[in-house]
Design a protein. Structure first.
Length: 372
């Protein structure tokens, strides 16, 4: 068994550190892998002492993880796994994974809430050795019937929220298993909490036009919402965009960026109308939506703007992305292209939009004609 620290070149010029296992290790899903990415990134060509220090710190961290993995694998091989690993604090392990999501604001809140429910269930005490199949079944029952945190008794979690939080717990347990912290996966025979189908609100083209013609208390918020509606980009992918990210080839515009959610490079075409929505072009280094934050206050402003336009739908900033997908399908764009425009990793994620009103469905509904 050999474990080595290696790096992978990224499109942004940095080097992603990972552990290379030989022979491969087996994951919870039964598949073999040789790579474990560590979430640390080195500068390929450090320009100053700070960048050199970051590289040194990352290398020490990677080497420390390598030594731990070697010890875990050795312990497991020699049959003394439980005596060392069962006492590792799973609560701290869970929290460390939650903290990795801090930079992705949209997901961090959900991860933190999932963690808080687990702490409530365990009273803040859970070791790796506590993670048995029965423990996981008991937690599944707890989260399925839990009250909404800080809302008092009688305010139950929705089934979809319970499913989401339980899935996050499952992900952390699977990571613990993959990293050799537990010898057997306790979730092997524990099923997920099924989700209920929900109605996805979207805006029609006429409603987008109404919003464009309606004043908003925050011009930046209005600009961002309409830009999402015309491009389908997530808020987390546009909040830090600078003017230099918008490029033009011939008469066509596009944005080249790395998605926060998938960490994949996107060459995303956008319309001229989407660029015009943004107003006067600033300096290349300036943020397009400078000063705009995702906050409760701005959510309230968004609601008032929607109502002022005469639209009686519960619309969030993310619903503008849903609107983009729905309008593309309704105009006849094939689902594979829509999937690529949304930056979905799997086509199955995009199929949820096929349940909304589309041009094909309208034509089907009107295909049977009676003379009345």
């Amino acid at each position: 068994m050999g474990i080595h620290v290696r790096t992978k070149q990224l499109v942004n010029g940095k080097l992603s550190l990972y552990l290379d296992y030989y022979p491969p290790i087996r994951l919870a899903n039964g598949k073999l892998t040789r790579r474990e990415f560590l979430g640390r990134y080195n500068y390929e060509k450090p320009k100053n002492d700070d960048e050199k220090m970051i590289n040194t710190t990352n290398n020490l961290f990677a080497d420390g993880v390598r030594l731990k993995r070697e010890l875990h694998l050795l312990n497991n091989k020699d049959g003394i796994f439980n005596s060392i690993n069962n006492k590792v604090d799973f609560i701290l392990f869970f929290k460390a994974h939650v903290d990795e999501w801090y930079e992705i604001k949209g997901n961090y809140g959900n991860w933190l809430t999932a963690y808080n429910y687990f702490v409530s269930f365990t009273n803040g005490s859970c070791k790796m050795g506590d993670l048995t199949e029965q423990f996981c079944v008991d937690y599944k029952k707890f989260i399925s019937t839990a009250d909404i945190l800080k809302k008092g008794k009688g305010r139950k979690l929705s089934q979809n929220s319970a499913s989401s939080y339980f899935n996050k717990f499952r992900e952390v347990v699977n990571i613990a298993y993959d990293k050799g912290q537990i010898s057997e996966n306790p979730l092997k025979h524990v099923k997920v909490i099924p989700t209920k189908e929900t109605m996805r609100e979207f805006l029609t083209q006429e409603e987008l036009q109404l919003l464009y013609n309606t004043e908003c208390e925050s011009s930046q918020l209005k600009k961002a919402a309409l830009f999402i509606g015309l491009t389908g980009l997530r808020w987390c992918d546009i909040e830090n965009r600078v003017w230099g990210d918008i490029q033009k080839t011939g008469s066509d515009y596009f944005i080249h960026f790395i998605q926060n959610k998938t960490e994949k490079s996107m060459l995303h075409p956008i319309s001229e109308k989407a660029v015009l929505i943004l107003g006067e072009i600033g300096e290349a280094h300036q943020k397009i939506f400078n000063g705009l934050k995702y906050s409760t206050g701005n959510n309230d402003i968004l609601k008032r703007w929607i109502l002022k336009a005469g639209i009686k739908k519960k619309i969030t900033l993310h619903n503008f992305r849903h609107s983009y997908a729905t309008l593309l399908l309704n105009s006849g764009v094939d689902i594979l292209t829509v999937s690529k425009m949304l930056g979905h990793a799997n086509l199955s994620t995009t199929t949820i939009y096929t349940k909304v009103l589309t041009k094909a469905k309208v034509e089907a509904a009107n295909s049977i004609n009676l003379e009345l």
